[in-house]
Design a protein around this ligand. Structure first.
Ligand code: PEP
Length: 257
């Protein structure tokens, strides 16, 4: 499959923002702004906090915008106070689950091993994982970017078959670019995306590597989206801050068309 044939996926990670009424107002406005986008070329998803998922799912009925969760536990059920299972997220209407976001790695002890276990749970429940990888500034400055990212990719995908991985979404999110206003240049993003795709080719095969969507994340805004999304191996964006405003998020999505 040619690189151009991959659709773009623009996903908004709301993080710990928006009450239910605020979230509903945001998706109502968003639906109107993106209604005319060609769905075969650009797909949108929003990842509200857990407590808003059900209300947002209802608001999204009949719209092409998909629902995503920001995390999930790897166990199916049981005594795991405060956790949410993949089956619960599927039940509420999620199509995607973000796994291994750098904030979870940084503040909540997420490791390559737990990312792998969460990914297994997401896939087992019939949803698509959005697996986040990315280096810190210290690692980039020590020229360790590709080593770190490749370790995270290999760790997340351990034990998965090519047919499963072909449907996965990876998100390259340099930690130094998240929420900082500092974006990777399109050349920096393309270099890492290309390296990830080559790694997928080595781990699996070229056909699988060409099918995996690799999003970029890190201070994506309306004014830098088109340039980033225009790179041959950048298949979408994982958007934090700018996804909290319908106008900005829809403008980013339009940059992917
Ligand atoms: C993110 O949280 O995944 C992210 C990329 O955030 P921001 O767009 O705010 O940098």
């Amino acid at each position: 499959m040619a690189a151009q044939a991959r659709r773009k996926l623009i996903a908004g990670n709301w993080k710990m923002n928006k009450t239910i009424p605020e979230g509903l107002a945001l998706v109502r406005e968003l639906k109107g702004l993106v209604a005319s986008l060609p769905g075969d070329r650009v797909e949108l998803a929003v990842a509200p906090p857990f407590v808003s998922l059900q209300a947002v799912a209802k608001e999204l009925e009949g719209s092409a915008v998909k629902l995503a969760a920001q995390n999930c536990h790897w166990e199916a059920s049981g005594a795991y106070t405060g956790e949410v299972s993949a089956a619960m997220l599927k039940d509420v209407g999620c199509a995607y689950v973000i796994v291994g976001h750098s904030e979870r790695r940084q503040y909540f002890g997420e490791t390559d091993e737990t990312v792998n276990k969460r990914t297994r749970a997401v896939v087992g429940a019939g949803m698509t994982p959005i697996i986040c990888v990315g280096e810190t500034l210290t690692e980039r400055e020590a020229n360790r970017t590709l080593e770190v990212v490749e370790r995270q990719v290999a760790g997340a995908l351990k034990g998965f078959q090519a047919a499963e991985v072909a449907g996965f979404v990876l998100a390259y999110e340099p930690v130094w670019a998240i929420g900082t206003g500092r974006t990777a240049t399109s050349a920096q993003a393309q270099e890492v995306h290309r390296a990830i795709r080559e790694q997928l080719g080595r781990l699996y095969d070229r056909g699988t590597a060409e099918r995996v969507l690799i999003q970029y994340g890190g201070s994506v805004k309306p004014d830098n989206a088109a340039e980033l999304l225009g790179q041959p191996d950048v298949d979408g964006a994982l958007v934090g801050g700018a996804s909290l405003k319908a106008g900005d998020f829809s403008a980013i999505a339009k940059g992917g068309v």
